[in-house]
Write a protein of this length. Structure first.
Length: 358
């Protein structure tokens, strides 16, 4: 289940009080205005915690600083149980009697087990939106050289970032190797590998810039969320870019709030995952994407989460460049003066839609 699905399950099955008890909270009381109060597991203030009884499960802890000042029940569980993000998701599945239902596959040499190929297809897999997600461990990237490529180092993607995200290089394929961690797995759960060519003038040679070395469905995952989740919760916002490189560039500048959706279009599954974070959504697409396409993406979050977007109104970017390609100073400037997607922006979008239909 995604975070949003877990929250929906908790709300629909009235499991808030059950979870609060399991994580050690006490003096739990439901108020007719639609919220719970309770004390921290080692506290004596019986109204220290407020949990709202709705699908968002918003949590305010008045005596403790969570990852985000206005977080949710998921964050409270993570804090109380001293767990990582992925451990929290697994813990909730466990106490609620839900199944993670995905298969961890270890890549083996075919000669090691002659029945390997048959066993592989016999295993059950986790299905989301009628597609299969196959989970692999680090064996999936062991054949590649675990070193940063000089091209990316020159662009500002530093070795400590490459190490964290397991960026490597394939000499035979002449590609930078970008493993993709599953957003709700552990740091050793991978769903695929993307390769970025280092060959000059690749377009003239009809060579694809990006090519999957281990295919996966990008629409079911969000790159960088597994690594940056804690920082996103702490800062109270997530910035959505198109390319994995945007995540890596900003990480090298000590900014761990960026994620990548792998395209300028966003899937329903990705929307669901992002809404479940319960933070501000900041859209930051590449230069050249029409403003109404940006607004269309904002519409998917409008009225559910605070949403804003970064748009290059000052012509600072080259065509197809991302805001995250700018210097740290210029990026922070655009971020500071981002556009809030409010009623006025919503009206602009509706007017555009009306003209399109006429």
């Amino acid at each position: 289940m995604t975070i949003l699905e877990i929250k929906h399950y908790i709300y629909e099955n009235m499991k808030i009080e059950f979870i609060l008890e399991r994580i050690g909270c006490h003096h739990i009381k439901f108020h007719t205005k639609g919220y719970y109060t309770c004390a921290n597991k080692d506290g004596d203030n019986i109204t220290a915690i407020n949990i709202y009884n709705d699908e968002y499960l918003t949590c305010i802890n008045y005596t403790r600083k969570l990852l985000n000042d206005k977080a949710d029940l998921i964050t409270l569980v993570q804090y109380n149980m001293n767990l990582s993000f992925s451990e929290t998701i697994k813990y909730l599945h466990n106490i609620l009697g839900l199944k993670m239902e995905y298969t961890r596959n270890k890549i083996k040499d075919k000669n090691e087990d002659p029945l390997y190929i048959f066993k592989k297809f016999k295993k059950k897999r986790f299905v989301v939106n009628s597609e299969n997600i196959e989970i692999f461990n680090e064996d999936i990237i062991r054949e590649y050289t675990p070193l940063p490529h000089i091209l990316w180092v020159r662009e500002g993607i530093l070795p400590f970032t490459c190490d964290k995200f397991k960026i490597g290089y394939s000499s035979d394929k002449k590609r930078i190797v970008i493993p993709e961690r599953w957003w709700c797995g552990s740091e050793n759960d991978f769903i695929g590998v993307m390769g970025r060519t280092v060959i000059e003038h690749y377009d003239m040679l009809d060579i694809p810039k990006y090519f999957p070395l281990k295919s996966f469905s990008k629409s079911l995952n969000i790159y960088g969320l597994q690594e940056n989740y804690d920082s996103i919760q702490k800062n109270g916002y997530v910035v959505i870019g198109e390319a994995q490189k945007s995540v890596l560039k900003r990480h090298s500048r000590k900014d761990e709030t960026i994620v990548s959706i792998g395209s300028h279009n966003i899937s329903d599954e990705q929307v669901s995952i992002l809404i479940g974070l319960n933070v501000e959504i900041v859209i930051a697409l590449d230069k050249g994407i029409d403003i109404n396409h940006v607004r269309d993406m904002c519409e998917k979050f409008y009225g559910i989460r605070k949403v804003s977007y970064i748009f290059d109104r000052y012509d600072l970017l080259k065509n197809k460049d991302a805001p995250m390609d700018l210097s740290d100073k210029l990026y922070k400037y655009l971020f500071k003066y981002r556009t809030s997607y409010n009623e006025k922006e919503h009206a602009e979008y509706l007017n555009y839609q009306k003209k399109e239909r006429e």
